[in-house]
Design a protein around this ligand. Sequence first.
Ligand code: GTP
Length: 302
Amino acid sequence: MLSRFSLALLTLLLTALLAFAWALLLFYTSPSLRPENVDWPRTLRDLSLCLAAFLLFATAAYLPVRRTIVSKLTIGFGLNFVGVWQALINDLVEPHWWPAEAISFLCIPVGLLIAALGLYQLGRAYRMNRLILGSYQQIERDLATVDQLTQLYNRRYFFTTCGPLFEQSQDDGLQPVVIGLRVLNLTELNQRLGLEAGDDILQRVGKAIRRYLRHGQIAARMGGRRFAVFLPDSTEHDADHLARQIVARLEHVLMTDARGEDLLVQVQINYHVGVAREEDTLETLVRRVGTDDTDTVKNPVL
Ligand SMILES: Nc1nc2c(ncn2[C@@H]2O[C@H](COP(=O)(O)OP(=O)(O)OP(=O)(O)O)[C@@H](O)[C@H]2O)c(=O)[nH]1
């Protein structure tokens, strides 16, 4: 089995060889035009077209894309080259043989049609590749920044993104607020209903938080059972209202236990609203609301 490179080389060589042999045959069998009868500008134009067609033909043969597309492009541009080559010969000799006329008449349009089909498929393949690549990149980004259980951002994303936003808000004279939330009875629920049920509860917490978020507000899972919501500009009252809505939504959650029976579960969530003071940074504010891992012991609030 020939490699792709050898097959392309063989196709090009064979076509060039046949084209020269065909030209020799026509020059040998048909009367040549006298130099004063040759339309030199037209001949030069056909010569340039011929070179361009051969270049396209060669490029198509080596394109690193699917074989079906390569063959369409190679056949299309190859026929195109044959047609233009014939037109060039016809500029220099007077062939009284119908195939010589028919070749350029047929090969150019048919070749262009096939090449256009190949180009269309190439465009589609390129678009598909872009789409696939785009979704891979999106997945990669999501895996790096989003907590897969709750679908909220992770702690790393929270600090990287909200840090500059926090400073920007302060510079603009706005009032950044952070709400810290913590599922108090997760350990107990895990023990009573199992880890899967605990995961389910965390998922519902994520969903409830996302439900009440407004544009520009960012929520993240900061630890196993701790969450933070960043509001770039808010008041204690509004943030408190938002937190109450989230907590109220999760107060009683309907779940199914291991035996398939419905169960009303009380999810206890503690929250704390932190309004930024002038001397605050995002870190100090997050620590105050008790969502930073590093401050678990020191924080008496949550
Ligand atoms: N089902 C389930 N339980 C979890 C998960 N993450 C943490 N927990 C439980 O939540 C409890 C606290 O876990 P931590 O990882 O200490 O959570 P934290 O957010 O750091 O909270 P602190 O206890 O305040 O330090 C433990 O009982 C864990 O088993 C989780 O992804 N799924």
